[in-house]
Design a protein around this ligand. Sequence first.
Ligand code: MN
Length: 484
Amino acid sequence: MKEKIVYWITGSQTLYGDDVLQHVAKHSEEMVRYITDRMPVTVKYLTTCKNSDEAEAAVKQINNDDDCIGVITWCHTFSPAKMWIRGLRKLQKPLCHFATQYNKELPYSSIDMDFMNENQSAHGDREFAYILARLRLPHKVVVGHYTDERALRVLYDWCIAAAGYAFSEKVKVCRFSDNMRDVAVTEGDKVEAHIKFGWQVDYYPIAELVDYIGRTTDGQIDELMKEYAKKYDMCTDNIGAVREQAKYEIAIERFLKENGGYIGFVDHFGTLNGLRQLPGLAVQDLQAKSYGFGPEGDWKISALGAVMCYMAGQKCTGLMEDYTYDLTRGTVLGAHMLEVSPQFAKDKPRIEVHPLSIGGKEDPARLVFEGIASPEAIAVSMVDMGNGMRLIIQQIELVPYPKKMPNLPVGSLMWKYKSGFDDGVAAWLYAGGAHHTVVSSVVTLGQMLDIASMWNIETVVLNEKTDLRELNGQLALNDNIQSK
Ligand code: MN
C-alpha cells in the first residue's frame, strides 16, 4: 500500500505577500514529512493553490496519476473558495479535508497581526468547507493538530479506505455458477455494482474450469502439497482426497490469472459437474492468499471479501456465515459447510477428510480449526434493496469457545454482538442483513464508513448505541431518500 500516493494541497492566496507564501510551502512540507511516516500510504506535498488555474491544474494531476488514490487539503491562510470550484468539480478521487494547524498553542507573548494573517486555518478552512458542502462533494473531515495521535489514526483509517476504494474499482469476480436456485439475498444488480464499486462480475461454465483441472500435472500438485505440509497439520490418511483439492486450487488460481486477472470467485455445491469433491481446502487456501470467495454463487460477498482482505493486509478477514446460536450465552457460531478462511485460525489448522451431507460428491478435504478471539471485530453484509445497495456493519466481539467441539469438522468463529444478543439479532433482521458476511478483526468501523462514503451508498451501523425504534426510523428515511 505504501506505493499508493495521497497528494497534499495547501490553500492560500497572494494577498499576504511572498514571505508568507514561502512559509506556507515550508510548513506544509514539514507537516507532510511528519505525517507520511505514520500513514499506510505515501503522502506527498503537491502544491499551494492561490487561484482557479492552479487548483484546476492540481486536480488534473491528481486525476491523471494512476498511483494517486486521493487528496488531502488544508488551508494555512485564508483562501477564497470560489477559486476551488472549477478544479473540485473535476475531482475524481476521494478527498479528505484535514482541519489542522501548523502551530499547536497560541504564542501568547508574541502574537500580533502578522502571526494572525499567516496562521488562520480556522478562518480559511471554514471558507473551503463551505464550498465542499455547497458542491455536495462527498469528503472526510479530520480535525486536530498534525502530530495528534488520535487525528492521525482517523487519517490513517481514511487512507486505508481510499486505498480500498481504488482497489475496489479494479475488482473482477469470476462466477463458476449462478446464484443458488430460489435464494434471494445473494442476488443483486451486477451492473449497479459495476457502476458503484467498479466490480466486474463474469460468468464461466464450470466445464472451462474442468479443462484446467484436467491439465494439472503431478509435479504441480507435489509442489502445493509441500506448501500444505508447511502451513497445516496433515490429519488424514486419505492423501488422494487432499491431492484432489490441491489440483482444484492450482486450476482455479491459473484460471483466474489467465482469464483477465480475477481476484475473486464463486462456486456452488450444486454446480460441480466434472468435479469429484466440493472445493474446500482449495478455497480456504486461496482465501489465505487474499482471493475473495462467495459460496452458492454469492458474488457480492466475494468482491466485498477481496476488498476488505486488501484493506486488512490479508489478516483475519474472510467469508463467514451466521449458522447457529448458543442462546444460553448469547453467542453466534459462524462457519460454512467447508470454506472458512484459515486467516481466522487460532492454532495451526488441521487437514481432515470427512463426508459432506450435501451435494452427493466424494468426501472433501478441508481445514478444521477453532477461530480466534478479538475484542473488536465487524461483520459486514451487502444487500440489494432494489433501489440501491445497503451496507450493514455490525460491531461484534470474537469470543473464546466455552467448550471443545470435537465432532465439528470445519473452521469456525464465535462472537457476541456489541449491542447485546436480542438487539443485535433484531437489528440485523430489520436491516435485511444476509447470512453471508465478511468478518474482520483488522478492518475498522471507521475504515468501512469512509469507504461507504466514497462509494456513496446507504450504510447502517449496528452497535451498543443502536436503538431499534431509531433504526427503523432511519431505514424508512433512507428508503424515502433513495427512492427519489
Ligand atoms: Mn452459505
